[in-house]
Design a protein around this ligand. Sequence first.
Ligand SMILES: [Zn+2]
Length: 187
Amino acid sequence: MKPITLLTGLCVIAMAVFSGLLALDNSPPPHKKNKDSNKVSVERTKEEWKKILSPEQFRILREAGTERPNGKIYLEFKEQGAGTYYCAGCNTELFSSKEKFDSHCGWPSFYDPSKAKNIKTSTDYHLGYARTEVLCASCGGHLGHVFKGEGFDTPTDKRYCINGTVLKFVPLTNIQSGKLSREKGEK
Ligand SMILES: [Zn+2]
């Protein structure tokens, strides 16, 4: 009888521990946990990035560099009309002309990303104080920084201060004609 009693006892303890664990685990199911928030879907080696990016794009995207303010890229940016801005590293849509505004800071400025899920942020202390770094969520490339509460007359009062060198601009006319030709091709 004794071994059976011991076994039953052990079973009761095991069940109690198990149900206790179940009761404690109020967290969301594993697939909803955000533990992979730092995971990027586009991964390449340093050498692979160097093959597809210009040296300046590599320095900014992969080494958190910053382009010279008021440079040629910025002047071109100011001239650009309606369209969409994609990541130069992985072609993910990041910003659009709808959220573009002139902050007079010398770098392309947007008050919001066009697709929030395509952007992620982190805190950096490269200048000795906290700044919010803006990264492409798909390839983890450094895009620039975001500043809040500067008093800009925009819907968010945020300034996404982005390096134009790492943005690929596609004018709306190109997007529309591309879409049309695709639709025609499908028919
Ligand atoms: Zn990217």
